[in-house]
Write a protein that binds this ligand. Structure first.
Ligand code: SAM
Length: 186
C-alpha cells in the first residue's frame, strides 16, 4: 500500500468516531457557493461534506482513505443523509466521467502538485464556484509543516487566472490558512 495512504488510514483509525466541526471559512461563506452538485476533494471523514449535505448540497466525496470513508459512511447512516464516495488516489486519478459535472468544488486542507488544479477546473461547470482553503507559507515558517503542502503566495490566483475572484481571506486562528472563493467564468 502507498505510504501516504497508510499514514492517513492510521490517522483516521486513531480518531474518535466523532464528526469534527466544519471549516469556519466555509460556514461563514456558504451563501457564496453555487447550490447543486458539489465535489469535496480530499474530503477526509467528512466534516465539511456532511455539513454541506445537511445544507442542501448534493455531495460527492473523493479521497484515498478507506478508513475515512468507513467513518463518513457511519456519519451519513446516523444522520440519514446520502453522500457519494469515490475512493481514488488524486495523484493519478483523472476524474473521468465527472467533466463539467459540479456546481461547486471544495478543497479544504489539501494541496497537490501536477495536474491537480487542471482536474479541479475540468470537473467544475461554467459559472460554478471553487472554494480552496489550505495552509500557506506562514504555517511552514511557524511550525515546520512541509513546504510542499503549503500554498505559495498567489499560487491559486496564478493557477486560476481565468477564474473570477469572489473572496479571499487569510486566517491565523491556530493555523495559517489562505481561503479563496473563485468562480469559473462563462
Ligand atoms: C488534512 S486532511 C483534510 C480532510 C478534509 N478536507 C478536511 O478539511 O477535514 C487531507 C486528506 O487528504 C487525503 N489525501 C492525501 N493524499 C491523497 C491522495 N493522493 N489522494 C487522495 N486523497 C488524499 C487524506 O486521506 C485526508 O483525508
Amino acid at each position: 500500500m502507498n505510504k501516504q495512504k497508510a499514514k492517513w488510514n492510521l490517522k483516521f483509525s486513531e480518531r474518535e468516531n466523532e464528526l469534527l466541526k466544519p471549516d469556519k471559512f466555509l460556514t461563514e461563506n456558504l451563501a457564496l457557493l453555487k447550490k447543486g452538485k458539489l465535489a469535496d476533494v480530499a474530503c477526509g471523514d467528512g466534516r465539511n461534506a456532511v455539513y454541506l449535505a445537511e445544507n442542501g448540497f448534493d455531495v460527492s466525496c473523493f479521497d484515498f482513505s478507506e478508513v475515512a470513508f468507513q467513518k463518513l459512511n457511519t456519519f451519513t447512516f446516523e444522520k440519514k443523509i446520502k453522500i457519494e464516495t469515490t475512493l481514488c488516489d488524486l495523484e493519478t486519478y483523472n476524474f473521468e466521467g465527472f467533466e463539467n459535472c459540479f456546481d461547486s468544488v471544495l478543497v479544504s486542507h489539501f494541496l497537490l502538485q501536477g495536474k491537480f488544479f487542471e482536474n479541479l477546473k475540468k470537473i467544475l461547470k461554467v459559472g460554478g464556484t471553487l472554494v480552496y482553503s489550505t495552509f500557506n507559507l506562514k504555517q511552514h515558517e511557524a511550525t515546520g509543516f512541509r513546504k510542499e503542502f503549503c500554498l505559495q503566495e498567489n499560487e491559486i490566483l496564478e493557477a486560476f487566472n481565468d477564474f473570477e475572484l469572489v473572496k479571499f481571506e487569510q486566517t491565523e486562528n491556530e493555523v495559517f490558512l489562505d481561503n479563496y472563493i473563485l468562480r469559473k467564468r462563462k
